[in-house]
Design a protein around this ligand. Structure first.
Ligand code: PGA
Length: 248
């Protein structure tokens, strides 16, 4: 019903040349997989070369961030129109690293989604709790706050949610399949209560996803894909994750 969606978030890794090398090896490895949407999110500076190499492939291209103004005196920022012109169809918004190191609030995330959606970009909206929040039983409160703030006055058109528990990102610790599914079910219920068409929204899991754990995660009813950091940096590892998500 919901097509699996596997996305690579390369964070601050790979030059343009390394991006091209990755794409040349990766695309042939996944060319026969048609039942999974696949997306690469390289750094801004590699997007144009990635786009040229991906023109004859079904692999989608996204950015890791965007600014919430159309143009103007915002030194160092990138506007939605620039991403579209460079070949992006998607943008990741609200990653926990942006929230933590660049002080992005739900309000900023909301502004970014609004502008990017109005321009036609699809969104991967990241949400997730810290270890301290989980241990003090505040996970659902935190997610409730992030969802209401980030999605205020927005429909779910063109939105994918990535649930990424912060304690599982880059740590090697994954939420158990059941833990992740329980949280995804909470998110789905929240979407159902507050928005239209909640059943069609894909909810990805993120946090130390690798070839060894993708099948268990994908076997859960509410997990529709993954946002993958570290294990997406090597073509064979990322291709194995895509293959593991195929057939759901
Ligand atoms: P990780 O990162 O797979 O390296 O844990 C995931 C993410 O931050 O999107």
């Amino acid at each position: 019903m919901r097509k699996p969606f596997i996305a690579a978030n390369w964070k601050m890794n790979k030059t343009s040349q390394e991006t091209e090398e990755f794409i040349r090896s990766f695309v042939p490895l996944v060319k026969d997989i048609t039942d999974v949407d696949i997306l690469l999110a390289p750094s801004f500076i590699s997007i144009e070369s990635a786009s040229r190499l991906l023109t004859s492939s079904d692999v989608l291209l996204g950015a890791q961030n965007v600014y919430h103004e159309e143009s103007g005196a915002f030194t160092g920022e990138i506007a939605p129109d620039m991403l579209l012109a460079a070949g992006c169809s998607h943008v990741i918004i609200g990653h926990s690293e942006r929230r933590e190191y660049f002080s992005e609030t739900d309000d900023v995330v909301n502004k970014k989604i609004k502008l990017a959606r109005s321009k036609g970009l699809d969104i991967i909206l990241c949400i997730g709790e810290s270890l301290e929040q989980r241990e003090s039983n505040r996970t659902f409160d935190v997610l409730n706050g992030q969802l209401s703030g980030s999605l205020a006055d927005l429909s779910l058109d063109g939105i994918t949610i990535a649930y990424e528990p912060i304690w599982a990102i880059g740590t090697g610790k994954t939420a158990t399949d059941e833990q992740a599914n329980e949280t995804h079910a909470f998110i789905r219920e929240w979407l159902g209560k507050n928005k239209k068409n909640a059943d069609s929204v894909r909810i990805q899991y993120g946090g130390s996803v690798k070839p060894e754990n993708i099948e268990g995660l994908m076997s859960q009813s509410e997990i529709d894909g993954a946002l993958v950091g570290g294990a997406s940096l090597k073509p064979d590892s990322f291709a194995k994750i895509v293959t593991g998500a195929s057939g759901k």
